[in-house]
Design a protein around this ligand. Sequence first.
Ligand SMILES: Cc1cc2nc3c(=O)[nH]c(=O)nc-3n(C[C@H](O)[C@H](O)[C@H](O)COP(=O)(O)OP(=O)(O)OC[C@H]3O[C@@H](n4cnc5c(N)ncnc54)[C@H](O)[C@@H]3O)c2cc1C
Length: 399
Amino acid sequence: MKLSFSPADERFRREVAQWLQRNLVGEFGKLKYRGGPGDEHTFPAERKVWERKLAEGDWTCVGWPREYGGRGCSIEQQVIFFEEYARAGAPGRMGHIGEGLTGPTLIAFGTEAQKQKYLPGIVAGTEFWCQGYSEPGAGSDLANVKTKARFDAARGKWLISGQKVWTSLAHESDFCFVIARTDPDSVAHKGLGFFLVAMDQPGIEVRPIEQITGTSEFNEVFFDAAECAAEDIVGAPGDGWKVAMGLLGFERGVSTLGQQMQFQNELDAVVRLARENGAAQDPVIRQRIARAHAELRIMRYNSMRMLSSQSGSDGGLQKEALIYKLYWATWHRGLGELAMDVMGPECEILPGAPYELSRLQSMYLFVRSDTIYGGTNQIQRNIIAERGLGMPKEPRGNL
Ligand SMILES: Cc1cc2nc3c(=O)[nH]c(=O)nc-3n(C[C@H](O)[C@H](O)[C@H](O)COP(=O)(O)OP(=O)(O)OC[C@H]3O[C@@H](n4cnc5c(N)ncnc54)[C@H](O)[C@@H]3O)c2cc1C
C-alpha cells in the first residue's frame, strides 16, 4: 500500500491548490462548498460555467489519456487533484457522470467514431450526461430492464420506448446512456443494448421527482420512440450487459478520495457546531465524533490500498474494493445522524417550514439515499458474501 507522495507529486499538489485559489473567486466564489450531498440542485447553470473554467485550466478528465483530451495524470496525481478540489471547497461537479462513467466506458468499449463524437464535449465541460439504468421494476435487479430498442431499418435509427426512474440530473443533461432490450423476447442479462441518446428530442419527457429534501435531483424519464442513431449503440446488440457492468466498475475510481475530503469538510462542520453549541461537552457525542474521525481515516487507508492494488498487475477486483461502498455509505448515513444529535432539538425546527433546511439538515436527509444508490447495502453484503467470502450464491429465480 502506498501512503506517501513523491516531491513531484507534492509540487503537483501546490499547482492544483494554487489554481483553485486563483480561480474559485469572483463569480465562482459563491459556489464554494455548494452542490454537494443534499445540495445538488443549487446553481446548476453557474456550476456548468465552472466546468468550462476547469476545462480552460486543463482540469477536467485529469485521469483520461492525453490522446482523448485528458491530462494523463498518474493515480497519485488524480488522488491529489480530487483531494485538493474538495479541500478548496470547489463545487460539486456537474460533469461527473460524463467524466467518471461515460468517458471511461467509451474509451474501453466505444468505436473510434463514438470517441470522436462524444469525448470532446465532456472534456470541454460543455456536454452533460445522465445514467439511464434503473426502471420501476429494475433497480437491484438491473437485468430486469423492460425498456425496448427496435431498429427501424427504413430510417436507419434505433427507436427506444420505455421508462427509466431515479435518473439523476436528467433535467440538466444533454445525453443519457440507456440500457434497453434489443431482443424483445430475451430475458435477464441477455439481449440488451447500451445506447447513447440525445435528451433534447420529442420522444423524451423528463418529470422531476420531489425528494425528502423538497428538491429534485432525480427524475422519471419517459421514452416514446426516442431516436438513437444506428452508430450510437456501444458494443453489438445483445452485448449491453457487458458494457453496462464495465461502466459500473469505473464508479469506484480515484474520485472516492475526493469524496472523503468532502466527508472531512462535513465532519469539520459538525465538530465546529459541537464546539459552538456545547454538544462537545457531552461524553457520548465526543466519543461518536472521535469514532467518526477514526473511521474516516480507516476509509482513506482502505482506499489507498484499493487504488494501489487496482493499478497492480492482476487487474482483478480486490477484496478491499468489495467492502468500500458498504463502508462509506454506512459511515455517511451515521454522520448525518451524528449531525442531528449535535444540533439537538433544534434539528427538528424548520424556520421556513417545510423546506428551508439548514445544510446539515439537508445533508442528514440526503445521505439516507447513500445506502440505496450505486447498489444498496443489502446488495453490497450479498457481493461481499458471494465474491469475497465464497459463500453460496443466493437463489436467482429465472436466471
Ligand atoms: C439519490 C439517488 C440517485 C440515483 N440516481 C440514479 C441514476 O442516475 N440512474 C439510475 O439508473 N439509477 C439511479 N438511482 C437508482 C438506484 O440505482 C436504485 O435505487 C438502486 O439500484 C436500488 O433499486 P430500487 O430502488 O429499485 O430498489 P429495489 O431493488 O426494489 O430494492 C428494494 C429493497 O430490497 C432490497 N433487495 C433487493 N434485492 C435484494 C436481494 N437480492 N437481496 C437482499 N435484499 C435485496 C434492497 O436492498 C432494498 O432494500 C438513484 C437512486 C438514488 C436513491
